[in-house]
Design a protein around this ligand. Structure first.
Ligand SMILES: Nc1ncnc2c1ncn2[C@@H]1O[C@H](COP(=O)(O)OP(=O)(O)OP(=O)(O)O)[C@@H](O)[C@H]1O
Length: 308
């Protein structure tokens, strides 16, 4: 069996009485992309810091490429890890090229790689300017270039698209797809859910340090039993007068049906049986809806606990 790139076994971190991360068990394989989602203070950065080895677990084990990342023996693994912190900050007086060359050299790479990466993130035109003159988006691009040095085996990206314009966001996700196809593993956390789902293999949802759900979007959708939205055009009142279909009519639109996944095909067959059907649009729950579902479920459980 191959060693996972990252594995957490009942790993948690506490600060005095606060459980920043309760007990998380997970593995990340080669070429896998994991999305880490949760509100402010959920424990996302804590989990990344445990994986980086900059903090040690209060309980359980963390392993990166088979080693405890906070151990001395893991030093050579660190050159294979790229990290973009939540708030990037650089030496303001240096130029973008000087900053990136410095970080490249720390990892055993040269200026040529720094120049190539600056081109990849689209700031070649500003590479000879001091970082203090950079806009927020340009700093973020420089941060990403820094994380990409040496085509890392593991990339940890905390809010990678903050401050990026739509073009740069698209370029960023293309780079993630490319790194994944080359075998790099990626953990990224983001508060911006639209646009992320097609680039991740699995999602992990955290709240107040607690792991609420983890799996592929299809698995989470299935587990959550969220309905599929089916919009049927051209039927006017026919749906409301149909015994079976009428059960699924959305409270907000009479042409939209909210159908359990298990009944999707039978409902579609029924709709196709209508002579005047003009079009059918089928949409499964997206990442945002899945995320909201798990958070609402968690809030309900907390409330019930508080009342008992
Ligand atoms: N060094 C520390 N000392 C005390 N508490 C801490 C420390 N670091 C983090 N925490 C607490 O741990 C919890 C989780 O913090 P963390 O930074 O992991 O959240 P996050 O999910 O990354 O949040 P955000 O989306 O706001 O960045 C928070 O309640 C935070 O206040």
């Amino acid at each position: 069996m191959t060693t996972p790139i990252v594995s957490l076994t009942d790993a948690g971190k506490s600060y005095n009485k606060l459980d920043a991360l309760q007990s998380v068990t997970m593995t990340l394989g080669e070429g896998e992309v994991l999305g880490l989602f949760g509100h402010n203070g959920a424990g996302k950065t804590t989990m990344m810091k445990l994986i980086l080895g900059v903090i040690s677990p209060s309980r359980g084990q963390v392993a990166v490429m088979g080693m405890a990342p906070d151990s001395k023996e893991a030093w050579h693994c660190r050159t294979k890890v790229g990290y973009l912190p939540e708030n990037v900050s650089f030496y303001e007086q240096l130029t973008g090229l000087e900053v990136l060359t410095y970080f490249a050299k720390l990892k055993g790479f040269n200026k040529k790689q720094a120049i190539d990466l600056l081109e990849q993130v689209g700031i070649t035109h500003a590479m000879k300017r001091q970082v203090k003159t950079y806009s927020k988006g340009m700093r973020q691009r420089l941060g990403l270039a820094q994380a990409f040095i040496g085509e890392p085996k593991l990339l940890l990206l905390d809010e990678p698209t903050v401050g990026l314009d739509p073009i740069a966001t698209g370029d960023f996700y293309r780079t993630v797809d490319q790194l994944k196809s080359q075998g790099s593993s990626v953990i990224l956390c983001s508060h911006v859910l639209p646009g992320v789902e097609q680039h991740i293999d699995r999602a992990m949802i955290l709240s107040s340090g607690q792991l609420l759900a983890m799996g592929s979007l299809a698995e989470l959708r299935h587990q959550a039993a969220l309905p599929v939205e089916i919009k049927a055009h051209g039927l006017n009142g026919a749906i409301a007068s149909h015994d079976h279909l009428a059960n699924f009519i959305s409270p907000v639109c009479s042409q939209t049906l909210n159908v359990p996944e298990a009944e999707k095909i039978s409902v579609l067959k029924t709709l196709l049986g209508f002579d005047n059907i003009e079009d059918i649009h089928v949409e499964s729950a997206n990442l945002e809806q899945v995320y909201q579902h798990y958070l609402a479920l968690h809030a309900q459980k907390q409330q019930a606990k508080g009342q008992s």
